[in-house]
Design a protein around this ligand. Sequence first.
Ligand code: GLY
Length: 357
Amino acid sequence: MSSRSELRPGSLAPAAKLSAGKTSVLIGRGLLAGVPLPERGALLYDAGLPDSWSAALPALEQRLAVPAGEQAKTLAVYEQVLRRLADWALPRGAELLAVGGGCTTDLAGFVAATYLRGVALRLIPTTLLAMVDAAVGGKTALNLPEGKNLVGAFWPPEAVYIDPLLLSTLPEAAFKDGQVEMFKHGLLDGAAWPGRFFSPEDVASEQLERAITASVTFKAGVVARDPQERSGLRAQLNLGHTLGHALEAWSGHRLSHGQAVALGLHFMALLSEALGGSGVASETAALLRWLRPPLLCPPELAPLLPWMARDKKADLQGLRFTLLRAPGQPYLERVPQGLLASTYAAFLRSSAQLGLV
Ligand code: GLY
């Protein structure tokens, strides 16, 4: 691993500073302006950032825009970035600084993990989803035509800078998507959810900053205890994602990640209750009433099963779900297919009663 850039104490005044394993996570409104520049490094930034951002980006001479969204996470873009770094003769002691949403940080992470067998990385996430989830925890990923995130490595960044003011230019739908992951962290933690949803007008508020801090603190704690998803603890962060990822893929990504996970969380709540857990279905119903995702779901479970089989919690014995005994009490469980099918039918009925179409 290359030498780390010094975080100069005093050059930043974060409202919160915490550790996610070896990563320092700094959180605070207005933090972007104080992010220290590396002595030698390159900037990768999300081409989808609004034009108004260009003056705010860290002033590194060697800089490269990468395609917005999932288009960034291809082998072709990965190769282009590596070749540009090589063209710049960026040495091993140099650093990558990446600014963008979760797709940018996933790509930048894999580039950092592999260029010259690894260079240091710092991340400035610009979407709420990347702030509370994708940029924290060292997962990096590219997609293959065969599926999402099939190529990757664990490569924790040295630092993640979370500046909630950056959300002021985020489209409202993406702001809502990020809140689904915050809600999920709250169910897993039993405490990290502020008990309310935020609107774009709240971006500069202390309440949102505190809610982001609570959410990241929860995730950072899980990552610190199971950084490489070996003990099963980190797999619990996939709450709601087994059905969620399947719906996202089955719908051809017409459902956003947040919408699909919100539906998956409601299914998880009903499944947990069917297995004797104390209910969170009223909370997940409230999530669906707030988010109002389209009910883009097949009438039977069967078409979703091939997608669910690719879930990374599946092992040689088959599918496993993260479920809740109660808020703050997650566990991993194998579920018989008959119960999955009947709960799926109950989930469709409940979602229709909530007015989803
Ligand atoms: N988003 C799940 C994880 O970071 O493990």
